[in-house]
Design a protein around this ligand. Structure first.
Ligand code: GDP
Length: 594
C-alpha cells in the first residue's frame, strides 16, 4: 500500500501515493504535523479533518507545497483512480456504492402534491414500521422492492429553488404532478423550468385519473408542447398515471423513479466522513437545537462532532423519519439531530469533523463563506455583463422573462435568444405571464441570471429579495428597448439611465440662523418622507432654486435619518442658505430605469 517517502533525490523528494489517503497518513508520510497539512488544505480550498480521506491530486498538491514530487501507485485491483482537481474528497473504486435517490414533488397548486406525498408515505412503509408514528423531519424514506427512495417533504419548486439559491442541490429527481382534469397550468411550467434549470431529471405523475373529467392524453399532448415527450410517444420523459386519492399507480411511479435513478447512477461513499445539508432547523423548547438534515455522503454516527453553517456540536441524539432513535445514518438518509450549539439555516452544509478541530474549522469556514458571499453577491447584471463575459466568468445569459400577455413571450424570447454570440448563449430559462414573483428571483439567483419584465413589474417581496441579493430586474414596455439593451450589454455598450422618484415634500415654515453663516429651515413634512440620504430640491413658485443634498436633518436637537409626513423638521442643505418661508422642499432619489 503506502510506501515510505524515498530518500532525497537532488533537491526534490519523491513520494509514492495511493489513489486516496487520509490526512493523518499523509502527514506521517511527509513527516509533518497533521495540523499543518489541514492548514495547507484550507489554503487550497479544501476543508478536511484529520481522518478525512483525500484523493491523489489533492494530496499531491499538498505534498508539492512541502517539497515532494508525488507519484501515483497504481492500485492492484482493476480500478482507476479518480483524478479530480482540488475539490471535496472523492471516493474511488469500490468505496462508492449506489445510494437512494432524493426526490422532490412539484406542480401546480391543488394538483395533488401533498396528497401524493401522503399516499406514497402510507402505501410504502415497511411492515415493521407500520404503526410507527411518522415524524416530520423534512424528508422521509420508503422502501420499494427492497430499495429505498427518499422524498423531501416540502413540495413545490419554490422550496427546491430556494435551496439551490443557497448553493445546496439536494434533489436528484423531480416528480412533476399534473392533474388529469386540469392539465398543464402556469406553476406546472414553472416547475418544469425550475427542474430543467437545475439539470434535474423529471418524472411526470399524471394525477387524479380517478376523476370523471380526467384526460391523461390531453396532458401528454400538453407535455409534448412543452418539450417533454413521453416514452410511449418516442421521447424520453417517464410519465406515470396515478391517483393519490385512490392510491392507484403509486408503486408504478416508485419503480419508475428507481429506473430514472439507475440511469443517473447515483453513488456515495458510506465509509467517508459524513456530509449533508440542513433541510430545516428549529429551537425545540425542551431539547434545544433540532436540525433536520439529509445526509448526502458518508455515514453520520451518534457522538460525531459536526459543523453545520455557523453552528457546531456533538450529535447527542439522532432520530429517523419514524421518530426512532438511531445510531448511524448513511447516504440519502434524513435525520433529526440534537446537540448543535445553535440553529443552522436551511441549505447549510453539515460536515462531521474531528472534535478538536471543529472550532478552528468553523472559524475558517465562516471567513471563507463571507468571502464566498461577497463573490456570490456579484451576480450577473446587464451593466457588467460585458466585463464578466470578457473575463470568461459568464458563458450563458440566463433570462427569466415575465410579460403581461402570453402573446409577447415568443417574439421576445426568440429575439433575445437570437442575440447569442460565440461567447455568450442567451437563454430564456423561464417565461410566463404575470408579475415578477419571489420564485422568479430565486430562479434567477440560483441560475445566476437576470429578470426581464415586459409590462410586468416585481411584487414587493420579489423587489426586496432582488435588491438584497443583487438580482438585476429590468422592466420595459417597448420590445425594441429590451432587445437593444441586451444587445448593448453583450457588446459592453450599455449606459444606465435613471428616473426620478419623489419621496416626499415639505414646506418651509420658518428660517433661523445657525452659527454665523448658515441658516436652518424649519419645515413641516406634508407628504411621503424626507430621508437624510435623498437628493433634495428647493422650489419657489414652481421654479427650482436649489438642487442639492441634505447637510443635516433634525428632529428637535437630534440628527435623524428620516422624517415622516405630519412631522416638523429642521434642515441644513449643502451649499444653500437662501430659504424663504413658503419654499417647497422636495426629496427625491434616482432609480435606474433600464
Ligand atoms: P397540492 O396543492 O398540490 O398539494 O394539492 P393537494 O394534495 O392539497 O390536493 C388538492 C385537492 O385535490 C385535495 O382536495 C385532494 O383531496 C384532491 N386530490 C388530490 N389527489 C387526488 C386524486 O388522485 N383524485 C382526486 N379525485 N382528488 C385528488
Amino acid at each position: 500500500m503506502v510506501k515510505e517517502a524515498k530518500p532525497l533525490e537532488q533537491t526534490q523528494k519523491t513520494l509514492e501515493l495511493p489513489p486516496t489517503i487520509s490526512v493523518k497518513q499523509l502527514s506521517e508520510l511527509v513527516k509533518a504535523n497533521p495540523v499543518d497539512i489541514i492548514k495547507q488544505l484550507m489554503r487550497n480550498g479544501v476543508m478536511a479533518s484529520i481522518n478525512q480521506v483525500i484523493d491523489f491530486d489533492t494530496a499531491a498538491v499538498i505534498a508539492a507545497d512541502l517539497g515532494f514530487e508525488s507519484h501515483l501507485v497504481t492500485p492492484p485491483p482493476a480500478q482507476k483512480a479518480e483524478t479530480k482537481k482540488l475539490s471535496r474528497p472523492v471516493a474511488t473504486g469500490d468505496a462508492l456504492q449506489a445510494r437512494p435517490p432524493v426526490v422532490t414533488i412539484m406542480g401546480h397548486v391543488d394538483h395533488g402534491k401533498t396528497s401524493l406525498l401522503d399516499a406514497i408515505r402510507q402505501t410504502n412503509v415497511t411492515a415493521t414500521e407500520a404503526g410507527g408514528i411518522t415524524q416530520h423531519i423534512g424528508a422521509y424514506q420508503v422502501e420499494v422492492n427492497g430499495r429505498k427512495v427518499t422524498f423531501l417533504d416540502t413540495p413545490g419548486h419554490e422550496a427546491f429553488t430556494a435551496m439551490r439559491a443557497r448553493g445546496a442541490q439536494i434533489t436528484d429527481i423531480a416528480v412533476v404532478v399534473v392533474a388529469a382534469d386540469d392539465g398543464i397550468m402556469p406553476q406546472t411550467i414553472e416547475a418544469i423550468d425550475h427542474a430543467r434549470a437545475a439539470g434535474v431529471p423529471i418524472v411526470v405523475a399524471i394525477n387524479k385519473i380517478d376523476k370523471p373529467g380526467a384526460n391523461a392524453d390531453l396532458v401528454k399532448k400538453q407535455l409534448a408542447d412543452h418539450g417533454l415527450v413521453i416514452e410511449e410517444w418516442g421521447g424520453d420523459t417517464v410519465c406515470v398515471a396515478v391517483s393519490a386519492k385512490k392510491k392507484l399507480g403509486i408503486s408504478d411511479l416508485l419503480e419508475n423513479i428507481l429506473i430514472v435513478a439507475d440511469v443517473a447512477e447515483l453513488k456515495a461513499n458510506p465509509q467517508q466522513i459524513a456530509e449533508g445539508t440542513v433541510i430545516e432547523a428549529e429551537l425545540d423548547k425542551t431539547r434545544g437545537s433540532l436540525a433536520k438534515v439529509l445526509i448526502q455522503n458518508g455515514t453520520l454516527y451518534l457522538g460525531d462532532t459536526v459543523i453545520a453553517g455557523d453552528t457546531w456540536g456533538k450529535v447527542k441524539a439522532m432520530f429517523n423519519d419514524k421518530g426512532k432513535r438511531i445510531k448511524q445514518a448513511g447516504p440519502a438518509t434524513p435525520v433529526a439531530i440534537l446537540g448543535l450549539s445553535g440553529v443552522p439555516r436551511a441549505g447549510d452544509l453539515l460536515i462531521a469533523t474531528a472534535e478538536n478541530q471543529a472550532r478552528s474549522i468553523l472559524e475558517k469556514r465562516l471567513a471563507e463563506e463571507q468571502l464566498k458571499a461577497q463573490v456570490a453577491k456579484k451576480s450577473v447584471t446587464l451593466d457588467d455583463l460585458f466585463a464578466q463575459v470578457s473575463q470568461g466568468k459568464v458563458k450563458d445569459l440566463n433570462i427569466v422573462l415575465k410579460t403581461d400577455v402570453q402573446g409577447s413571450i415568443e417574439p421576445i424570447k426568440n429575439s433575445l435568444e437570437k442575440l447569442s454570440t460565440e461567447q455568450v448563449r442567451v437563454r430564456a430559462i423561464h417565461s410566463g405571464t404575470g408579475s415578477i414573483t419571489e420564485s422568479d428571483v430565486l430562479l434567477a439567483m440560483a441560475s445566476r441570471g437576470i429578470i426581464i419584465g415586459f409590462n410586468s413589474s416585481p411584487q414587493p417581496g420579489a423587489k426586496h429579495l432582488a435588491e438584497t441579493e443583487g438580482v438585476d430586474i429590468r422592466v420595459y414596455s417597448i420590445i425594441y428597448n429590451v432587445i437593444d439593451d441586451v444587445q448593448k450589454a453583450l457588446k459592453g455598450m450599455l449606459e444606465p439611465t435613471y428616473q426620478e422618484v419623489i419621496e416626499g415634500r415639505g414646506r418651509v415654515i420658518t428660517v433661523f440662523p445657525h452659527g454665523r453663516k448658515l441658516r436652518i429651515a424649519g419645515i413641516l413634512v406634508s407628504e411621503g418622507k424626507l430621508s437624510r440620504s435623498s437628493k433634495v430640491r428647493v422650489l419657489r413658485q414652481g421654479q427650482v432654486v436649489a438642487d442639492t443634498s441634505f447637510d443635516s436633518l433634525r428632529r428637535f436637537k437630534d440628527n435623524v435619518s428620516e422624517v415622516m409626513a405630519g412631522l416638523e423638521a429642521g434642515i441644513l442643505l449643502e451649499g444653500y442658505n437662501e430659504f424663504q418661508e413658503g419654499d417647497v422642499i422636495e426629496a427625491y432619489r434616482k432609480e435606474r430605469s433600464n
